[in-house]
Write a protein that binds this ligand. Structure first.
Ligand code: NAD
Length: 264
């Protein structure tokens, strides 16, 4: 067990189960001595999160629905009651009605657009504002994005627009908070089979495409993302802010299909 995160306290938002990307990052930080707290959405998830939190020595586990300001306020109030300060925050939250994560983007109605942008994009800014009120110089925030923010990927549709806004938020928040020596970064992760990903049309095809065509010829794991998250949240990345760091087995550099890839 290392000590890269010894003495640091972090709030992890977005663990649904042990396949969640947030869990990969939490486990990597806990293994380096971080003290963690968790938020979860909805009562149904509580009994799943509590044992996971306990397995990394955390007992501060609070509900938070990022679609509700009062819920965000209550969650941060509960954290502030136990902790005087916060050193890092992980935002691994996204949602769009899966009815619109297939077919054409042009068919997205206003209410589905606003909900996806609210939960997947604005919520990072909303939680950042509460978090920085508890943060000291040297603190760091991290969110999760996907290549669909930069390029058109099948079925990602309105989530691509939300992630583009999220990546721009990372840059504006980095500028807002840099003077206080608080860093803000994102990881653009390759596709991983999680609960959220299962809502995306043809996800198994996307996984195989990335496996056959990425330079490393495999898909990323939550441990891969966890390692990169640990780096960005730790003092090793003290000079890194406003960055969108790809953790995708190199897929984003590829311009054409691998000629040796099998048919899928
Ligand atoms: P996941 O289903 O494990 O996590 C998504 C989380 O979002 C869940 O914990 C869910 O409870 C939470 N959430 C949704 N709506 C919420 C709300 N209103 N309030 C509070 N929490 C809410 O899936 P994941 O793949 O680990 O997703 C984490 C992040 O990673 C998301 O932002 C996702 O877009 C991003 N991401 C995922 C992939 C992938 O292929 N899985 C790739 C790149 C980026």
């Amino acid at each position: 067990k290392g000590a890269l995160m010894a003495g640091k306290r972090g709030l992890i938002m977005g663990v649904a189960n042990d396949r969640s990307i947030a869990w990969g990052i939490a486990a990597a930080c806990a293994a380096q001595g971080a003290e963690l707290a968790f938020t979860y959405q909805g009562e149904a998830l509580e009994k799943r999160i509590k044992p996971l939190a306990a397995s990394v020595g955390a007992d501060l586990v609070v509900p938070c629905d990022v679609a509700e300001d009062a819920s965000i306020d209550a969650a941060f109030a509960a954290v502030a009651e136990r902790w005087e300060h916060l050193d890092f925050l992980v935002h691994a939250i996204g949602y769009a009605d899966k009815q619109f994560l297939r077919g054409q983007y042009i068919d997205t109605p206003r209410d589905a657009f606003l909900q996806a942008l609210d939960i997947s994009c604005f919520s990072f800014t909303a939680v950042a504002r509460r978090a920085v009120a508890m943060m000291r110089p040297g603190a760091a925030l991290l969110t999760l994005s996907y290549l669909g923010a930069e390029r058109v990927t099948p079925h990602y549709n309105v989530m691509g627009i939300a992630k583009a806004g999220l990546e721009a938020s990372v840059r504006y928040l980095a500028a807002d908070l840099g003077g206080r020596n608080i860093r803000v970064n994102a990881i653009s992760a390759g596709p991983i089979k999680t609960l959220a990903a299962s809502g995306i049309g043809d996800f198994r095809y996307i996984l195989r495409w990335n496996q056959y065509n990425s330079p490393l010829r495999r898909n990323v794991t939550i441990e891969d993302v966890g390692g990169a998250g640990l780096y960005l949240l730790s003092d090793l990345a003290s000079g890194v802010t406003g960055e969108v760091h790809h953790v995708d087995c190199g897929y984003h550099v590829v311009g054409m299909k691998n000629p040796d890839a099998p048919d899928i």
